[in-house]
Design a protein around this ligand. Structure first.
Ligand code: URA
Length: 243
């Protein structure tokens, strides 16, 4: 996948993107032996050799993980309270990956982790409208009129939620529960739980089942897998990035 030279330099940790641009303009950056001053210049990080002041630059390999987070795990790499963290599950991963957004301690399901800051920011930016789907079990029988409120948008203390796609899965009359799926593209804190509180049906169980093109298919709880190139490309597209 091709990448802008200044982005590659920023990713390698030698400078911020702006500083990298300054270095390029100052003629300090070479690609395959040629000085490059054009800011739009793209390289293939797998093949091209990049040097600053004749020193070779090798950025950390980019990794993209899809993790099926269990309940009772914090979405951080360390926890001062000593609770289980996502780091406890990432055995064999040498790169420093970070979660893309977060899931509550008691929410389970799909979590992306990466050391690609550009993609992470693109996926989290509200203006890019990246869809996230949740399977929700709420207390009580939530009638279609109440689900309609979620579809239209509800008023939370930090603003009105955007229209959501909501599909009833089933009523469990004997347990007094309703199961439905909800697809949202915002990332407000505890958004689904607060939306359900707003219609008077608190969440009993919450699982994220999908982000953009990815789902949990074949991935057991507590397991992760590495995304392939096509999946990463599709995520770049979903995050409105050119790759
Ligand atoms: N919405 C929530 O309420 N919690 C999550 O963990 C994710 C979305």
């Amino acid at each position: 996948m091709q990448e802008r030279l200044q982005k590659f330099l920023a990713r390698s940790g030698v400078a911020s993107r702006r500083e990298a641009e300054k270095m390029m303009l100052a003629g300090k950056v070479k690609v395959n032996g040629q000085i490059i001053t054009e800011l739009g210049f793209k390289i293939d990080p797998k093949q091209d050799k990049v040097y600053i002041d004749n020193q070779a630059i090798r950025p950390e390999k980019l990794v993209y993980l899809l993790f099926n987070k269990p309940k009772g795990v914090v979405t951080t790499l360390v926890d001062p309270e000593g609770r289980k963290t996502i780091a406890d599950y990432l055995t064999g991963i040498k790169e420093r990956v970070y979660p893309v957004g977060r899931l509550d301690y008691n929410t389970e399901g799909l979590l992306l982790l990466t050391n690609d800051g550009t993609l992470a920011q693109g996926l989290m930016h509200p203006k890019h409208h990246v869809n996230k789907t949740y399977l929700v079990t709420v207390v009580g029988i939530a009638l279609e009129e109440q689900l309609d409120k979620l579809r239209i948008g509800v008023e939370l203390e930090d603003g009105l939620t955007a229209p959501a796609i909501v599909q009833l899965v089933e009523y469990q009359h004997e347990k007094n529960l309703t199961v439905f799926t909800i697809t949202i593209h915002e990332g407000k804190n505890r958004q689904v739980r607060r939306m359900c509180d707003c219609i008077g049906h608190p969440v009993r169980q919450l699982t994220r089942t999908k982000i953009a093109n990815l789902n949990l298919s074949g991935l057991g709880r507590g397991k992760f897998r590495i995304l392939n190139e096509q999946e990463v490309k599709a995520l770049y597209k979903a995050a409105k990035l050119d790759g």
